[in-house]
Design a protein around this ligand. Structure first.
Ligand SMILES: NC(=O)c1ccc[n+]([C@@H]2O[C@H](COP(=O)([O-])OP(=O)(O)OC[C@H]3O[C@@H](n4cnc5c(N)ncnc54)[C@H](OP(=O)(O)O)[C@@H]3O)[C@@H](O)[C@H]2O)c1
Length: 265
């Protein structure tokens, strides 16, 4: 028996450590039972992953939810799913391609015309570690989608948010921002070899810097601005990498999209 003791306790420790790691990377759960009828919320990139779970949870809590996605078919499908799950009929699908400033302007104009109030803007959409693509306007794709598109969207909706106060802007950044470096001489990676990881980190740092400055400028307006790291969740974010498809990732990130904890709103 004693010869099994050491391997068994090593196995037990390894399993315990894996469970603790899983708990740690998955982040916390929102304990609030608050309902939010009468509130209008926009969630970008809401057709899948954390955005879809956020939209589902907020619809369940009674909000009017606008799903803002680049693929309208996927958007309609997610909206139908959320309406079915929550029996909340005030869930709408709208087209928003953050890689096109024209699309951002069209989306914002539609919201301003259609919605009397907007109380919460969740800037969730992102692309991670894609090839060296550029947006319609020529910006490096990760900076363009993750930061610049959201920067323009937020600014276009600011008057509406202020008029709806108390209101809030939630920016989904990432822990990756701590490794970020802003290269203001070469934001678009035209003078250096493209590094997909560094470009993602830069885009998430840009979002954090935007959050801090906007929060400062909006003091006293009743509109708060916060950034968050959502924990690690198995979503489609790793679609341009091998991440999330390895056996280790699948185990550690075991929570599938249905278990993704929504950000605290
Ligand atoms: N999952 C994690 O572990 C993790 C960790 C840290 C931070 N985050 C952050 O959490 C947020 C949500 O990520 P996720 O994990 O849910 O990723 P995801 O499953 O890949 O979802 C990303 C969403 O962004 C949308 N999107 C991409 N490009 C877009 C564009 N040009 N215009 C409009 N929408 C666009 C995607 O739409 P399509 O489906 O049409 O491409 C999708 O709806 C991101 O900001 C991410 O950086 C996630």
């Amino acid at each position: 028996m004693s010869r099994y003791l050491v391997p068994l306790s090593a196995l037990g420790s390894a399993l315990g450590a894996a469970v603790l790691l899983k708990d740690h990377v998955a982040g916390g759960r929102c304990p609030s039972k608050a309902t939010i009828p009468g509130k209008t919320v926009i969630v970008t990139g809401a057709n899948t992953g954390i955005g879809k779970q956020t939209a589902l949870e907020l619809a369940r809590r009674g909000a009017t939810v606008i799903l803002a996605c680049r693929d309208l078919d996927k958007c309609e499908e997610a909206a139908r799913f959320i309406r079915g799950e929550t029996l909340n009929t005030r869930v709408r699908a709208r087209r928003l391609d953050l890689a096109s400033l024209r699309s951002v302007r069209e989306f914002a104009a539609g919201v301003i015309a259609e919605e009397q109030q907007v109380h919460v803007l969740v800037n969730n959409a992102a692309v991670m570690r894609c090839p060296h693509w550029t947006t319609e306007d020529g910006f490096e794709m990760q900076l363009g989608v993750n930061h610049l598109g959201h920067f323009l969207l937020t600014n276009l909706l600011l008057d509406k948010l202020k008029a709806s106060a108390p209101a809030r802007v939630i920016n989904l950044s990432s822990l990756a921002h701590v490794a970020g470096h802003m290269d203001f001489q070469d934001l678009n990676w035209e003078k250096r070899d493209y590094d997909t990881k560094a470009a993602y980190c830069q885009s998430k740092l840009a979002l954090v810097l935007f959050t801090r400055e906007l929060a400062r400028r909006l003091q006293g307006t009743g509109v708060t601005v916060n950034a968050l790291h959502p924990g690690v969740a198995r979503t489609e974010l790793g679609r341009h990498t091998g991440m999330h498809s390895s056996a280790f990732s699948s185990f550690t990130l075991g929570a599938g999209p249905a278990d993704v904890p929504p950000p605290r709103i």
